[in-house]
Design a protein around this ligand. Structure first.
Ligand code: ADP
Length: 473
């Protein structure tokens, strides 16, 4: 996951939690206030109901929004089950009840008898089939009842109001808040993504520039100002300068050393050739001289490769131009078909040009094909795939193949799969390192796929070039 995505997600997460907290507390407060108001209204309604029972023995004077009912318990210390089994006599109902009855559960009744009064929620089943959710205040009171002269009586008084309004208000709030919160979240996510991208842009720029410093260390353009990114670029440049110096020293040493070694090797080879051709030598001496010659030639190749590598490593530039790939491939085919007993096939479009240096591309292919031949291939195919912007060139062989564990190191200098065997075959271990540095100097890449016993495929990706304009006579 990228840093940008991570920061955006974190911001979104925080925003979500914050919205949840705000939404939750506003909802809770709103609910508390609405129910508190209802509770006050019910307390007032209860006072009115008590007065009505005292004065009129009925609850018909209650407002139409209040559901009220009174039960007279004509004996002392009743239990909840006494009342539920019909020991209480309904004496008054409000008009709002319209013939329906308010019913309490045994548990609530017990609490009313024990505590004197409770608030509870009940559902009223009206006669027209409609169910009304009610908030109810149920009380046990001792009061005079108009029309019953025996003094204060035990009455269970219930007054309730519909909670539909409150529920509707809360649901409306929840709906509106959820939609708004979602919109804020989407907008916030978008804004966070843009802002984070803007903030990270300079860092991405530094990363991209640093990425381009793969073949040769080059300073990054310094930024104006004194921010963190500018000082990062400065530090990177200081590091690159040190790297560049080390790079140059190494390249110079490699170039000087190989250059110095070339002269004595040429002299040795000249003298051996002289001895072999112009002098009388015994069979044993000839054998020794042949061995010295072979070794000296190998040393000559090694030194040549080192010199080549010092050029590519030390910032040696390729002359980029449009190269007709088919021609280069045909040359290679012709060159190697003479000494190679197997087959070399070319499978490439004839009208394809790549951006490159013909001589260096020839060198790359020569290295890859000679490696395939050294790996005992019988058939080598040079295949070109045209991928619009890029061209991929594949050197496929059916040779010995390379065990998997060697593949990541193959392009390193002096890396050989089987040291003794490869030295015997005349390799320096530098061929693929040269291939890689040439290809990278072309702005391309090279990679390998291989399976022991089946063969290997080396692929080189190059930039495509437009066909050069032909001169019309
Ligand atoms: P060298 O100059 O010795 O050939 P390279 O750098 O070209 O060195 O190759 C490194 C090693 O990779 C070689 O020693 C060889 O064992 C192995 N290798 C390269 N190409 C192939 C191939 N086509 N098939 C099998 N092994 C290969």
């Amino acid at each position: 996951m990228t840093l940008r995505t991570r920061i955006t997600l974190l911001t979104l997460g925080l925003l979500f939690v914050l919205q949840l907290l705000i939404g939750g507390s506003v909802y809770g407060t709103l609910q508390f206030i609405l129910y508190e108001n209802l509770r006050r209204e019910l307390a007032e309604a209860s006072q009115t109901a008590q007065r009505l029972i005292r004065e009129q023995g009925s609850l018909e004077g209650l407002p139409f929004t209040v559901y009220g009912q009174a039960l007279w318990v004509p004996f002392p210390n009743p239990t909840a089950s006494d009342i539920l089994q019909g020991a209480a006599i309904p004496i008054a109902k409000s008009l709002a009840l319209d013939g329906a009855t308010l019913a309490l559960s045994e548990r609530v009744l017990q609490e009313v008898l024990r505590l004197g009064g409770v608030y509870t929620e009940v559902t009223l089943f009206r006669r027209d089939g409609v169910q009304v959710p009610l908030r109810l205040r149920a009380e046990r009171i001792e009061t005079e009842i108009a029309g019953i002269p025996q003094g204060p009586q035990l009455v269970i008084l219930m007054v309730g109001r519909s909670t539909e309004g409150i529920r509707g208000t809360l649901a409306d709030f929840a709906r509106t808040y959820t939609v708004t919160a979602l919109l804020v979240l989407v907008f916030g996510g978008f804004l966070a993504f843009r802002l984070v991208r803007q903030a990270l842009e300079p860092l991405e720029w530094v990363a991209k520039k640093a990425e381009q410093v793969s073949t040769k260390p080059e300073r990054l353009p310094e930024l104006m100002g004194h921010n963190e990114v500018a000082s990062l670029v400065k530090s990177l440049n200081r590091m690159l300068a040190r790297l560049e110096a080390a790079w140059e020293t190494q390249g110079r040493f490699l170039a000087d050393a190989s250059h110095e070694l070339r002269t004595p090797i040429t002299a040795i080879l000249g003298h051996i050739n002289y001895l072999l051709r112009r002098t009388q030598v015994s069979e044993q001496q000839r054998e020794s001289l042949e061995i010295i010659k072979r070794e000296a030639e190998r040393m000559q190749k090694l030194v040549g490769d080192l010199l080549e590598l010092s050029k590519t490593g030390g910032g040696w530039k390729v002359e980029l131009g449009a190269v007709h790939l088919y021609t280069v491939l045909s040359e290679i085919q012709e060159e190697y078909s003479k000494s190679f007993e197997g087959q070399i096939e070319v499978e490439a479009p004839e009208d394809l040009w790549v951006l490159g240096d013909a001589e260096r591309l020839h060198q790359v292919l020569a290295n890859l094909v000679s490696n395939a031949i050294k790996a005992r291939a019988r058939r080598v195919r040079l295949v070109v795939r045209d991928l619009a912007e890029r061209v991929v060139l594949r050197v496929e062989d059916d040779g010995e193949g390379i065990p998997k564990e060697h593949l990541p190191h193959l392009f390193e200098r002096f890396y050989r799969v089987d040291k003794a065997r490869d030295r015997e075959r005349g390799g320096s271990g530098l061929g693929l390192a040269i291939v890689r540095s040439i290809v990278e100097a072309h702005g391309g890449s090279v990679w390998v796929e291989s399976e022991p016993g089946k063969g290997s495929v080396f692929s080189v990706s190059l930039r495509r070039a437009p066909a050069p304009q032909t001169q019309l006579a």
